[in-house]
Design a protein around this ligand. Structure first.
Ligand SMILES: Nc1ncnc2c1ncn2[C@@H]1O[C@H](COP(=O)(O)OP(=O)(O)O)[C@@H](O)[C@H]1O
Ligand SMILES: [Mg+2]
Length: 322
């Protein structure tokens, strides 16, 4: 990686500046198990760097522990919506209590959790994202598909890990796809399916890292390919220099548009004509051994421990020591 892309040095050297850190993991969302796996890795990494850190499982437990003033800050590695920790509610609680935390604030977390609102913001700024129709419960999916044309992707607007997501190539499969997505709370999204390659890219401190091209063995990157299969290939960096530069620019603009902070991972598709299409931003992306944020950072010379340290720094006041 050329020096032009290198990261500035960390702002802090002394682990004691962080005080006692709660690594908030687990919780009650559909992504609980993934979060526990991520959280254990983060905890190990922070401790290896001398940070005083302990695991806390879920928001209610954290709230009790904060009342007893056990912690100085929160490293949030909860994944998921509806109080799951990634959707702005936790961030609001911590703001109200005056407890610093890693990552995006209330607005950014809430916007990024909602794939429809994310797309609305991106579109308003001319950032490319696939055409879509928002489907209310009981809404007419066939009318949506008349507007978009097949194939489409049907997904819940506020889930993660590909849960409830279907690719639909034939009208006869639409009702089943809607039924699956509707098992999850909130609105549904019918989106134009982009044929091409799938990518993701980490963003740290507002700066994009390297892209990863995801090559699943099956036809797409479903839950199985994300967490269970060992035959998905990850190519990082995924593009040539010009492609990386373009993707980094788009990711940084996508990140800023949603008012994200600290870190995030932006998912996008690249169609056969070489155009990128933003899918979503994840504000507390996975940190498991299969996860992509650490791979994206590694290409910039940042180890897993370095990455955890930088993310923890995002909980410190801006403009502090460098
Ligand atoms: N418009 C699209 N075109 C092609 N594939 C898509 C599209 N939207 C989603 N996918 C596929 O579905 C997966 C999950 O979709 P995504 O929007 O990233 O939601 P999440 O990761 O939160 O479940 C993606 O990783 C990708 O494989
Ligand atoms: Mg995704």
């Amino acid at each position: 990686m050329s020096a032009a892309h290198a990261f500035p040095p960390p702002r802090f050297e002394d682990p004691s500046v962080f005080g006692h850190v709660a690594v908030l993991m687990g919780g009650s969302s559909a992504e609980r198990e993934v979060s526990l796996d991520s959280g254990r890795n983060v905890l190990t990494a922070l401790r290896a760097r001398g940070v005083r850190a302990d695991a806390v499982d879920g928001i209610p437990t954290l709230a009790r522990e904060l009342q007893d003033k056990h912690f100085d800050r929160v490293f949030n590695i909860l994944h998921g919506n509806k109080g799951g920790g990634e959707d702005g509610t936790l961030q609001g609680l911590l703001e109200a209590l005056g407890v610093p935390y890693t990552g995006s604030g209330v607005l950014g977390s809430a916007l990024a959790m909602d794939k429809i609102r994310s797309k609305q913001v991106w579109l308003s700024l001319g950032l490319p994202t696939p055409r879509y129709v928002r489907l209310s419960r009981g809404g007419d999916v066939h009318a949506a598909v008349r507007e978009l044309g097949l194939p489409v992707i049907v997904k819940p607007a506020s889930e993660g890990s590909s849960v409830g997501v279907s690719r639909v190539h034939q009208a006869s499969d639409l009702d089943a796809a809607v039924e699956l997505a509707a098992r999850y709370p909130g609105e549904l999204l019918v989106e134009q399916l982009i044929e091409g390659d799938e990518y993701t890219i980490g963003v740290l401190e507002g700066r994009a890292l390297a892209t990863i091209r995801i090559v699943p063995k099956g036809s797409w990157y479903d839950y199985n390919a994300k967490y269970l299969a060992d035959d998905t290939q990850y190519i990082c960096p995924g593009l040539d220099d010009a492609g990386e530069a373009e993707a980094r620019d788009q990711a940084e603009r996508a990140f800023a548009a949603l008012d994200l902070r600290g870190w995030a991972r932006v998912d996008f598709m690249r169609d056969r004509a070489g155009r990128n299409w933003l899918l979503e931003a994840n504000t507390a992306p996975g940190m498991t051994s299969h996860s992509l944020m650490p791979k994206s950072a590694a290409a910039f010379g940042l180890s897993f421990e370095d990455l955890c340290w930088r993310i923890l720094e995002s909980s410190m006041p801006e403009g502090g020591a460098r």
